[in-house]
Design a protein around this ligand. Structure first.
Ligand code: HPA
Length: 310
């Protein structure tokens, strides 16, 4: 069972390695798929998971000891299947801290992916544009992150470290894989969608309220897009050795002017995501194929080095 542990006076609800291992065995017994790439579908981007063929779908509520997502626009299932011949696992619906879950619980599925054989994680989200040069519908390749909840002590890695996942103090300067970022840019060029591609820094807030004008002014000094997800997942993914590539779909411009009548709202976010969803799906499809080739290339290089005694 998931257990609560006490750490410097905080109660932290976390999953032990063995509990996640048990979930992975439950799934291994029920699907023949062995995914090497994981995808987390952001708000309004669940269509990515629908693209898979030969699907095995597990609703979150049917998986023992799995959290259940509560946000509309996130329907909540793990989908195993194939995209362009590559075996994938997709999370359709993710867990946000504002739903009331502890960070470690929100990020647990990333560790599950690791135990199921995933090497590369593709994270996607809907985000507000902080950068004044960004437009609704732009796709930002995430080059770095600001994990604001972790600034305040709320890291998914808080608590006793289990070395089977990773080290106590992981570096984060290389969390977003530079090779995969290059590959993503290449895919966008091939698909001729590079005119609305951007590259920038993603800021995670705890939500669920959107940002005040003062907060937008503050955040836009440091970040290009803001949302309520992703950083905890990427932190956990990098900690356990997954390669990460991430994208923010800019669904609204953050309001940085006291005189405007505009207000951010969830319907606007979902509508903007839906309008760009097809391009986004084509990008991810192409990226999956190339990530797989890249992994094969790395494996070949590794085996040549081993044969040569390096
Ligand atoms: N702020 C925070 N999260 C978001 C936004 C935003 O403007 N848009 C989509 N998710």
């Amino acid at each position: 069972m998931e257990s609560d542990i006490e750490f410097y006076g905080f109660l932290i609800s976390r999953y032990e390695y063995e509990e996640i291992d048990k979930i992975s065995k439950y799934l291994f017994q029920r699907t023949k798929h062995r995914p090497t790439i994981g995808i987390i579908c952001g708000s309004g981007l669940g269509g990515l998971a629908d693209l898979l063929t030969d699907k095995d779908v597990f609703k979150y509520e049917t998986i023992p000891n799995f959290p259940v997502s509560t946000v509309s626009g996130h329907s909540g299932c793990l989908v195993f299947g194939y995209l362009r011949g590559v075996c994938l696992i997709a999370m359709k619906g993710r867990f946000h801290p504002y739903e009331g879950y502890p960070m470690a619980k929100c990020a647990m599925p990333v560790r599950l992916m690791k135990l199921m054989g995933v090497k590369t994680l593709i994270v996607t989200n809907a985000a507000g544009g902080l950068n004044k040069g960004y437009n609704v519908g732009d796709i930002m390749i995430i080059k770095d992150q600001i994990n604001l909840p972790a600034f305040a002590g709320n890291s998914p890695l808080r608590g006793v470290n289990d070395d089977r996942w990773g080290v106590r103090f992981p570096a984060m300067n290389d969390a977003y894989n530079k090779d995969l970022m290059k590959i993503a840019k290449h895919c966008a060029q091939e698909l001729k969608i590079d005119r609305f591609m951007r590259e920038g820094v993603y800021v995670m807030t705890g939500g669920p309220s959107y940002e005040s004008v003062a907060e937008v002014k503050f955040l836009s000094n440091y970040g290009d897009a803001v949302g309520m997800s992703t950083c905890h997942e990427v932190t956990v993914a990098h900690h356990c050795g997954l390669k990460v590539v991430g994208f923010s779909l800019i669904t609204n411009k953050c309001v940085s002017d006291y005189n405007t009548k505009e207000v951010a709202n969830h319907e606007e976010v979902i509508q903007a995501a839906n309008e760009r969803a097809k391009d986004f799906e084509r990008l991810i499809e192409s990226l999956v194929e190339k990530c797989n080739k890249y992994e094969e290339f790395l494996n070949k290089r590794k085996s040549i080095n081993v044969t040569n005694g390096h």
